[in-house]
Design a protein around this ligand. Structure first.
Ligand SMILES: NC(=O)c1ccc[n+]([C@@H]2O[C@H](COP(=O)([O-])OP(=O)(O)OC[C@H]3O[C@@H](n4cnc5c(N)ncnc54)[C@H](O)[C@@H]3O)[C@@H](O)[C@H]2O)c1
Ligand SMILES: O=c1ccn([C@@H]2O[C@H](COP(=O)(O)OP(=O)(O)O[C@H]3O[C@H](CO)[C@@H](O)[C@H](O)[C@H]3O)[C@@H](O)[C@H]2O)c(=O)[nH]1
Length: 466
């Protein structure tokens, strides 16, 4: 019998769990939504009465949280209670690349997922629909099912795969108006009923023709494939950016010309200092690892090249700075504008800025960093995490500034690493005047006009233009 969902629990209050559950609560006032996490500080921040301080910066999110929180949206650390009360449980915990053991540096680390499954198996006393929201290797649902079905307490679990396609910085609009919602289910009577129950939740605001249903394995694999295709476009255009620089072509002009072909399309062709974020690299590595584990070495090599190109692009940009500054940046002050992996987010995971900064620090540069939304603690923690030098050395060589104008003062060079809109509006003549001369400006995001910057007096380099 089709079950009407009244209580949802989401395990994991991060960049996906937080915004996704807020949207479900906002659009389904008849459903109670409990978002739970083991991270007490994160939950405290979600419950902060002042929604300016919720843990995730995402345009439009604070007002949605204000609308639903305390009505039918709750954040708590009481995982067991939320599991017990729920008809449907979303698992939205992190699935980072493994940093140890077999598959180190490539396979997805599924320990958090397995812990959730074991906790659900222990605590649940009534039938549940379990929804994989985290991005997972194809066939993970099989492992989840084995853990859940071995409790011996007679509880029935249906497992669905419902990967999330939101991009950070546009999470609210992506959730409000998704291109598609994908729901994979088992091809059994129970599986179809569970799938329909989740379709009915999304149908509260998503048109039915945008809700796709597939089998579980197609759904799991589609998520990895979507990210691999998107990242491949960025690496493809970035590979061409270098060719543009040596041939006097302009990569934006090339992108526009090819993007006008409706078979190619115009999105995701912006050349940059390299893609970052918590998803692309991790998910492609995961795809590479799965392919290798099935013995499909050519398939694995094909996708790995997307990552190799991306690492090269970050290194190439940093090297360009050193070469242009007369082959040494030792003791030179370089201002970095932007630390987040893209604009409109405070997320810095795998941000290109971290790797460019690390390269410059290894060349003994002194860095001053400014980002409108990233905290000083986060910046130091990102640099410390790399382990390239001691925490003391990082603090000696790096300063974090609250003002872009202070950051650039007496700098030999400025490098733009995130495409924040506010960077375009700065008084670039004032910046030029406060820098050492010659004043070098490196635009890793193609934000600024070459003519204008050269007119002001900058020695200007922009990715993808000779
Ligand atoms: N960030 C994105 O834009 C995005 C988009 C689509 C899909 N995804 C996928 O969604 C998943 C979550 O990503 P995220 O960015 O939200 O991660 P995140 O690190 O921001 O959040 C995960 C949260 O899960 C919590 N957690 C871990 N184990 C737990 C447990 N056993 N019980 C309770 N809480 C636990 C952590 O404390 C953390 O707060 C990943 O699989 C990711 O690949 C992310
Ligand atoms: O033309 C482009 C587009 C993107 N990027 C960079 O690529 C990275 C990723 O950007 P984006 O995809 O917009 O952000 P994410 O939040 O990482 O979202 C991706 O990863 C999510 C997690 O799986 C998926 O849900 C989304 O659909 C997918 O777009 C960022 O560093 C961007 O600056 C470029 O350099 N050029």
């Amino acid at each position: 019998m089709l079950k009407e969902i009244k209580n949802i629990c989401c395990i994991g209050a991060g960049y996906v769990g937080g915004p996704t559950m807020t949207m479900i609560a906002a659009k389904c006032p008849h459903i109670n939504v409990n978002v739970v996490d083991i991270n007490d500080n994160r939950i405290k921040a979600w419950n902060n009465p002042d929604t300016d301080y919720i843990p995730i910066y995402e345009p439009g999110l604070a007002s949605l949280v204000n609308e639903a929180r305390g009505r039918n949206l709750f954040f708590s650390t009481n995982v067991n209670q939320a599991i017990q009360d729920a008809d449907m449980i979303f698992i939205s915990v992190n699935t980072p690349t493994k940093t140890y053991g077999v598959g180190k540096g490539m396979a997805a680390d599924l320990k958090y997922i397995e812990l959730c499954a074991r906790q659900i198996a222990t605590v649940a006393t009534s039938d549940k629909i379990i929804v994989e929201k985290s991005t997972l290797p194809v066939r993970t649902a099989e492992a989840l099912k084995r853990i859940l079905d071995n409790t011996g307490n007679g509880v029935h679990f249906d497992i669905l795969s419902n990967p999330e396609f939101l991009a950070e910085g546009t999470a609210v609009s992506d959730l409000l108006n998704p291109d598609r919602v994908l729901i994979g289910g088992e091809e059994t009577e129970n599986g179809r009923l569970a799938q329909q129950a989740l379709v009915d939740v999304y149908a509260n605001w998503v048109p039915k023709d945008r809700i796709l249903t597939t089998n579980v394995w197609s759904s799991e694999l589609s998520k990895l494939t979507a990210n691999a295709f998107l990242a491949q476009r960025v690496s493809s255009i970035n590979s061409l950016s270098e060719l543009c620089e040596v041939t006097e072509a302009d990569v934006d002009e090339v992108a526009r010309a090819i993007g006008s072909d409706s078979r190619i399309g115009s999105k995701f062709l912006k050349a940059s200092v390299g893609f970052g974020g918590s998803c692309f690299q991790k998910d492609i590595l995961n795809l590479v690892y799965i392919s290798k584990s099935y013995g499909l070495n050519e398939v694995a090599d094909y996708w790995e090249q997307v990552i190799i190109m991306n690492d090269y692009q970050k290194r190439r940009f940093a090297k360009k700075i050193v070469e242009t500054l007369f082959n040494t940046v030792s003791g030179k002050r370089i201002a970095i504008l932007g630390w987040a992996f893209k604009k409109d987010t405070n997320d810095t995971r795998e941000s290109a800025a971290i790797y460019v900064a690390d390269y410059l620090l290894s060349e003994q540069a002194e860095l001053v960093i400014y980002d409108p939304k990233v905290t000083k603690d986060q910046i130091f923690s990102d640099l410390d995490y790399l382990g390239s030098r001691s925490t003391e050395e990082n603090r000696d060589l790096v300063e974090v500034s609250n003002s872009p104008y202070d950051a650039v003062e007496n700098a030999h060079a400025v490098a733009i690493l995130t495409e924040w809109d506010e960077f375009v509006t700065y008084d670039w003549s004032k910046i030029y005047n406060s820098m050492l001369k010659p004043a070098f400006l490196f635009d890793g995001r193609r934000l600024l006009s070459d003519e204008l910057m050269r007119e002001i007096g900058f020695e200007f380099y922009k990715i993808g233009k000779g």
